[in-house]
Design a protein around this ligand. Sequence first.
Ligand code: NAP
Ligand code: F7E
Length: 329
Amino acid sequence: MPKALITGITGQDGSYLAEFLLAQGYDVLGMVRRSSTVNFDRIRHYQDQVTLVQGDLLDQVSLINILEEHRPVEVYNLAAQSFVPTSWQQPVLTGEFTALGVTRLLDAIRLVSPTTRFYQASSSEMFGKVQEVPQRESTPFYPRSPYGVAKVYGHWITVNYRESYDLFACSGILFNHESSRRGLEFVTHKITNAVARIKLGLEHELRLGNLDARRDWGYAPDYVRAMWLMLQQDQPDDYVIATGETHSVQEFCQEAFGYVDLDWQEFVVQDPRFMRPAEVDLLVGDASKAAKHLGWEPSVTFRDLVRIMVDADLEALQRNQHVPRIFLG
Ligand code: NAP
Ligand code: F7E
């Protein structure tokens, strides 16, 4: 069985990627960091099928030890501080995890296991104040947050280790992708969770920031398939993964409230607390390179994505499943 290591297995993408790789017959290792309570909600249903190993992107020895002991053929680096507003609150920590963490892992691979194939989770946030519409692999970066800046570093160090040491290292420039496993502080899940609560009479308003921001939103399980495809090619390369459609936060609200026969304007309140110091106004990706070389296409439309998320939130609340409250966004 080929062995793959996933950093960030407890996150949205890590949890879907592990499931995908198990189905492909991989022996899956998931790197987790120590915490005072168990946070395996997203992977609990298959936890006994993966091997969890302790490590942290801040601690290079832990990375070296994992690689020496397990010698994975593929490493997917999905771990990061991934919430954009937090990157203004904790810019140095974001840089340590999201930027330098990539170098720690690449250097560990270079030293211990240079034939291991490496995937870096890069982001459309690198395009920031966009220099071209739609954004493609050649579009210049102009990040608008400490998170975006850290991801630009992660992207270029991946390219640099590929060119300097001939590592098989790929950078996947993924546009926003969502699911019922998305963190509740991200706008899509914040909206669908509120729609479900309001529909069930548990809440009466939804406070949001900028309703005009536009994003290219896809479905997370489609996007983890693209990560794997990148590492199966003959040559390492970088790819944009996106749907090619863009919608505003307001349109997302319209679609989600409308799906349960509610008028979003009766419930949504704009709150300056959720505005960002610098905004990314418009993202829309051109994934034609991925379509041509990887045969990758998205399978879920914007409307279906919204419905999948609203349905999952309604179901969780109706089952009386505890849905934690968030304080970040
Ligand atoms: P997520 O749900 O926030 O998951 C992040 C994961 O990273 C969690 O498992 C977290 O562990 C782990 N982590 C954070 N800091 C760590 C550290 N110092 N050492 C080890 N693990 C650490 O993020 P996601 O949405 O799945 O995204 C996966 C990756 O893709 C991230 O790098 C993100 O920046 C990038 N990305 C995401 C999107 C998107 O739309 N989702 C788009 C482009 C790029 P804990 O559970 O312990 O916190
Ligand atoms: O914001 C606006 C907000 O936090 C989307 C991460 O996965 O995707 C994600 O980053 C938009 C922004 O995601 C609220 O101003 C309005 O314009 O869901 P988000 P993001 O910042 O695009 C990229 C690709 C990543 O790589 C990141 O890791 O929605 N917005 N009102 C709001 N956003 C939030 N969170 N909360 C609001 O109340």
